[in-house]
Design a protein around this ligand. Structure first.
Ligand code: ADE
Length: 225
């Protein structure tokens, strides 16, 4: 899988990705990642990439032309399965979406900044508009990293133990059961007896019940789906 990220602040992405599992996956060649500075396609002597919004409003808008040039260049080099725009008004990013994206070949991610991007780029190029949550970030970079991390860890070999993926939070629509490790007794708090019993089938049942309880408590909305 290959992801090309278009950003006005490439240094920010470099530092965000500098220490993650994503970086190790790239080094192991399990996954390819390219960061592109939008300013490389900026207009004129000052490499302009943004301008004031028509109709008047606060903030600047990323211009269509630099984005279009960058997208044209990339699309001439290979075919893309998805062109994503990270935006708080997009569809909500979920584990389900991450599972689907982990099967794709080439993906472009466009990080907006300031007030967003010219709508015509969304109309002409973008295939998926994605939000990572109902809050507004300063730009799409942190959102892109969240997306990439969720995708990368599903690619075989990226994290050690693929079996544990199936049991994680947000699989089968339930949150994960609680975990304990040594010591067995700590500050008077004991590891639940069931986990020490060695009865694997019973432990599984217990975990499922705990998952359900935690989901009822923290995310009852997941049970309505
Ligand atoms: N850009 C700004 N806020 C965002 C969000 N919540 N999700 C994705 N991209 C964003």
């Amino acid at each position: 899988m290959r992801i090309d990220i278009i950003t006005a602040v490439p240094d920010l992405l470099d530092s965000l990705l500098g220490h993650s599992i994503v970086k190790r996956a790239v080094e192991k060649k399990l996954f390819e990642l390219q960061i592109h500075s939008l300013r490389d396609e900026g207009l004129g002597k000052y490499r302009q990439i943004d301008d004031y919004p028509y109709g008047g409003a606060a903030g600047m808008v990323l211009m269509a032309e630099p984005l279009d040039r960058m997208l044209t260049k990339l699309s001439e080099q290979r075919t893309y399965d998805a062109i994503v725009y990270l935006t708080p008004d997009g569809e909500l990013w979920t584990q389900n979406a991450a599972n689907q994206f982990s099967l794709k070949g080439n993906v472009i991610m466009i990080c907006g900044h300031y007030k967003g991007i010219d709508q015509r780029i969304r109309d002409l190029w973008v295939t998926h508009e994605i939000s990572i949550g109902d809050y507004v970030l300063n730009g799409g970079e942190v959102a892109a990293v969240a997306m990439i991390e969720a995708i990368a860890r599903l690619i075989p070999g990226v994290i050690g133990n693929n079996e544990s993926l199936a049991e994680e939070s947000h699989n089968e629509g339930l949150l994960e059961a609680p975990s304990y490790t040594k010591p067995q007794s700590w500050r008077g708090l004991e590891v639940p007896e069931m986990l020490l019993s060695g009865h694997h089938a019973e432990i599984e049942k217990w975990r499922k019940a705990q998952s359900l309880e935690r989901t009822k408590q923290n995310r009852p909305d997941l049970l309505d789906k």
